[in-house]
Design a protein around this ligand. Structure first.
Ligand SMILES: O=C(O)CCC(=O)C(=O)O
Ligand SMILES: [Fe+2]
Length: 279
């Protein structure tokens, strides 16, 4: 029942552990509202011991909005909304960079739900960073300078053809994804559509350059911002246990999946909830 749902903050900037809820059950309105409130306050929520089926994970995610179908990654048979991140020495992990999911589209996902299905004996932690905390800890002159700037986001930066279009089948998928997803431009500082808080919205995964700056200026400034967002003060690190589930607000966070477990295998299931156009 929603009334027994409790929250424990994992740090001042980002992250909370949620207990007292079974995510396999349909989510009632009260619990839904409580989780959404917690998400706005803590940006990423962690739930332990939640052995959801792909269908249950999809249904849970769908309570928060329409679901995104990923252009590149494979999905669970019969549940196209759940992508499978199955990595080992043969299928190398590729999320070991700080990124916000799918910022290469006009309306990036509002959030995502990630479930741990098979874990290596150790390693494979995931870190999240708050773009809000990162923005707030910049000096006032730099914040003023960033205000009003825009940046380009491109799928190809994280999904280069040499890695994702190696077989003829992959090439067809990649060409299609590329054609459907030309680079887009978003504000460098985004306003959260619900909380009204402002945060840094450039990420190393997809942001190629700041439109209004010279190339060298953009490179130097983006390097500084990518480093800044990953400061420990802005982050939380989750050490997965089997059937843990994370639910993050993708609007003003970034995450990084550590790739330190090879040659062991790690399998995660993810659903992404559609979002709106950043402003
Ligand atoms: O595997 C992980 O821990 C996170 C992968 C990731 O970047 C994602 O699910 O969006
Ligand atoms: Fe991601």
């Amino acid at each position: 029942m929603s009334t027994s749902l409790t929250l424990q903050a994992l740090g001042p900037a980002i992250g909370a552990l949620v207990s007292g809820i079974d995510l396999r059950d349909p989510l009632g309105d009260a619990a839904h509202d409580k989780l959404l409130g917690a998400l706005l306050r803590h940006h990423v929520l962690f739930f332990e011991n939640q052995p959801v089926t792909p269908q249950q994970q999809r249904d849970l995610a769908a309570r928060f909005g329409g679901l995104h179908i990923y252009p590149i990654y494979p999905h669970v048979a019969e549940v196209p909304e759940i992508i499978v991140l199955d990595t080992d020495a043969k299928n190398l992990p590729d999320n070991d960079n700080w990124h916000t999911d799918v910022t290469f589209i006009e309306t990036p996902p509002m959030g995502a739900l990630l479930s741990a299905r098979l874990l290596p004996p150790s390693g494979g932690d995931t870190l999240w960073a708050s773009g809000i905390a990162a923005f707030e800890s910049l000096s006032a002159p730099l914040r003023r300078m960033l205000d009003g700037l825009t940046a380009e986001h491109d799928m190809v930066k994280s999904f280069p053809a040499h890695r994702f279009a190696r077989t003829p089948d992959e090439r067809v998928r990649w060409d299609e994804a590329r054609a459907k997803n030309p680079p887009v431009v978003h504000p460098v500082i985004r306003t959260h559509p619900v909380s009204g808080l402002r945060g840094l919205f450039v990420n190393e995964g997809f942001t190629t350059h700041i439109v209004e700056l010279a190339a060298k200026e953009s490179d130097a400034l983006l390097r500084l911002l990518f480093e800044h967002v990953a400061k420990p003060e802005h982050t939380v690190r989750w050490r997965w246990k089997l059937h843990d589930l994370a639910f993050w607000d993708n609007r003003l966070t970034q995450h990084y999946a550590t790739a330190d477990y090879l040659p062991d295998r790690r399998v995660m299931h993810r659903a992404a909830v559609l979002g709106d156009k950043p402003f």
